[in-house]
Ligand binder design. Structure first.
Ligand code: SF4
Length: 451
C-alpha cells in the first residue's frame, strides 16, 4: 500500500462515529479473544454481521504506519485493520468495497491517549487508496458506551444488556481457564477445552442473546464448568495466587503481553487477571459520579434548568450501573463457587479503598483508579504477589507503579512491573522467575487464604 499526504480533516467528523451496520460487516478488534468472540456472537444474534479480526499478524504494518511514539495497543490495532483490509482486497479483487465494513474502535475521554486512536487511524486510512471510505464505528465513555445509533432504537437497551452479559460470561470463561490450567491432568487439555467452550458459548449467545434468555445461557455455562472441573488433577496442591492489573488491552491480549499468564504458570503460579466487566462498570460509575457532581454544582449556582438535566443523567447512569452490578453478581453467585472462581468487586468498593488510604482520587480518572485499589484488594485478599502489565510509557500504569510499589514493599508483598512493546526484554524471564521465587516465600509463610 502506498500512502498519500492527507490534506483534509473533514473525515474525522464524517467517517468516525456511530453508523448503522445494516448490510455492512462490523469488524471487532481482538483484544481479549473470548470476550471479542462472545460479543461478536451477541451482535450476530441481533442481525449485525459482526466478525472478530485476526490480531498481531499485521504488526509490521502497524509499525510502518506509526511513528513509534504511539501507545502499543494503537500500533497493534492499526496493524490489525490494515492487515484485514489487505487480505480482503486479495480475496475479493475487483469486488472489494470498503463501504461494506465498519471498523469498531471505541474511545474514552480523559487525560490519556485512547481517545486519539480512532482519529489517528482515520488519518492513516485516509492516506491509503480507497480506505478513506472505510467507516470507523466509535462508542465513547462519555455516555457509558451507549449503543444508540447502531441499531433500531427499540432494541438498543436489549443489545447493550446482552452485550454486557457476554462480557461477564467471557470473564468467567477466562477465570475458568486460569483456575484449571495450573492443575490440568494433561498438558494442553485446558486450552483445547476452553477454545471449544468458547465456540459452544458463541452458539448460545447467538441464539439466546436477543431474547435476553440469560438463565439458558447460564445453564450452558454451568455445564461447561462441570466439564472443566473434570480436567483438574486433585493430586496437585494449590499454588501461590498472583493478582494481575494494568492497562486493559495489553493485560488481556496474550500476544501483546507475550503470554505472561502462561509464563507465570510455568514458574508455579495460579493467576487471576482483572476483569473486562470492571472497565464497563467503571465507565458507568464514572459517568454517574460526574453527573452527581454537576447536579450538586447546579443546585449551588441555582441553575434549575441544569438541575433537571443532571438529575435525568443520574437516573440513567444509576439504573444502568445497578443493572450491571446486579447481573454480574447473579452470574458469579451461580457459577463462581462451583469451582472456586474468584468473584469480582464493585467499583464503588474500589473508590472506598482509595478514599481510606488517600493515595489517589477518582477525580484524576484513568485505569489507575482501578489498578491501585485493585492491587490493595489483592493484598487484603491474601494474594502472594501482584503484577502490573502495561504498554511501555503508558501514563496511568506508570502512575500506578509509582504509588503502589512503596506500599507493596511496606506490606512485604512481591510486586512486578511488566511494561511491553514489540521487543523482547532480555531480563524479563529472569525477573519473572525471581518474582515467583519471592511469591513462593510469601506463600510458604502465609499459606493460601483466597479461593
Ligand atoms: S491507558 Fe496507556 S496505553 Fe492506553 S491510551 Fe492511555 S496511555 Fe496509552
Amino acid at each position: 500500500m502506498k500512502s498519500k499526504k492527507v490534506v483534509s480533516f473533514k473525515s474525522l467528523n464524517e467517517t468516525v462515529g456511530r453508523f448503522n451496520p445494516k448490510e455492512r460487516t462490523f469488524l471487532i478488534p481482538q483484544m481479549n479473544r473470548i470476550g471479542g468472540h462472545l460479543l461478536a456472537a451477541t451482535f450476530r444474534g441481533f442481525g449485525i454481521r459482526a466478525k472478530v479480526m485476526d490480531t498481531y499478524k499485521g504488526l509490521d504494518l502497524g509499525m510502518e504506519y506509526t511513528s513509534g511514539k504511539e501507545c502499543y495497543p494503537c500500533q497493534i490495532t492499526t496493524g490489525d485493520i490494515l492487515y484485514f483490509m489487505n487480505r480482503e482486497k486479495e480475496r475479493l479483487g475487483e469486488a472489494f468495497n470498503p463501504d461494506n465494513y465498519i471498523y469498531f474502535m471505541p474511545e474514552s475521554s480523559g487525560p490519556c491517549r485512547f481517545g486519539m486512536y480512532n482519529k489517528y487511524q482515520r488519518i492513516i486510512l485516509d492516506s491509503l487508496p480507497d480506505l478513506n471510505r472505510l467507516k470507523i464505528g466509535s462508542l465513547t465513555t462519555d455516555d457509558g458506551y451507549s449503543l444508540s445509533g447502531i441499531i433500531d432504537s427499540q432494541r438498543v437497551s436489549d443489545l447493550r444488556r446482552s452485550s454486557y452479559f457476554s462480557v461477564v460470561v467471557a470473564d468467567i470463561l477466562d477465570r475458568l481457564l486460569w483456575r484449571i490450567r495450573p492443575y490440568e491432568k494433561e498438558p494442553g487439555i485446558t486450552d483445547a477445552f476452553i477454545e471449544e467452550s468458547m465456540h459452544r458459548m458463541e452458539d448460545v449467545f447467538e441464539k439466546c442473546g436477543p431474547g435476553k434468555e440469560f438463565d439458558r445461557i447460564l445453564d450452558e455455562m454451568e455445564q461447561v464448568i462441570r466439564d472443566g472441573k473434570a480436567l483438574i488433577d486433585p493430586g496437585i496442591p494449590r499454588k501461590p495466587l498472583i493478582g494481575m492489573v494494568g492497562e486493559i488491552y495489553v493485560r488481556s491480549h496474550v500476544h501483546a503481553n507475550q503470554d505472561l499468564i502462561r509464563v507465570l504458570e510455568r514458574y508455579g503460579a495460579e493467576v487471576v487477571n482483572a476483569s473486562i466487566a470492571e472497565w464497563m462498570n467503571y465507565t458507568s460509575y464514572d459517568r454517574l459520579r460526574d453527573a452527581k457532581i454537576a447536579f450538586r454544582l447546579s443546585i449551588k449556582q441555582l441553575r434549575f434548568g441544569l438541575v433537571k438535566k443532571h438529575l435525568k443523567r443520574i437516573l440513567g447512569f444509576g439504573s444502568e450501573l445497578s443493572y450491571q452490578e446486579f447481573r454480574q453478581k447473579k452470574v458469579y453467585d451461580r457459577l463462581a463457587s462451583q469451582i472456586g472462581i474468584v468473584p469480582d468487586h464493585k467499583v464503588g468498593h474500589l473508590e472506598g479503598i482509595l478514599k481510606e488510604n488517600d493515595v489517589f482520587s477518582f477525580d484524576a480518572g484513568t485505569e489507575a483508579c482501578l489498578s491501585i485499589p485493585g492491587i490493595m484488594e489483592y493484598a487484603r485478599g491474601g494474594y502472594h504477589g501482584v503484577v502490573n502489565v502495561y504498554p511501555f510509557t503508558c501514563m496511568p500504569s506508570t502512575i500506578t507503579s509509582s504509588i503502589i510499589k512503596p506500599m507493596m514493599n511496606q506490606l512485604g508483598i512481591p510486586y512486578l512491573d511488566t511494561p511491553y512493546d514489540a521487543g523482547i526484554q532480555p531480563g524479563r524471564e529472569a525477573a519473572i522467575r525471581t518474582f515467583m521465587y519471592q511469591a513462593y516465600q510469601h506463600f510458604h509463610q502465609h499459606g493460601r487464604k483466597a479461593a
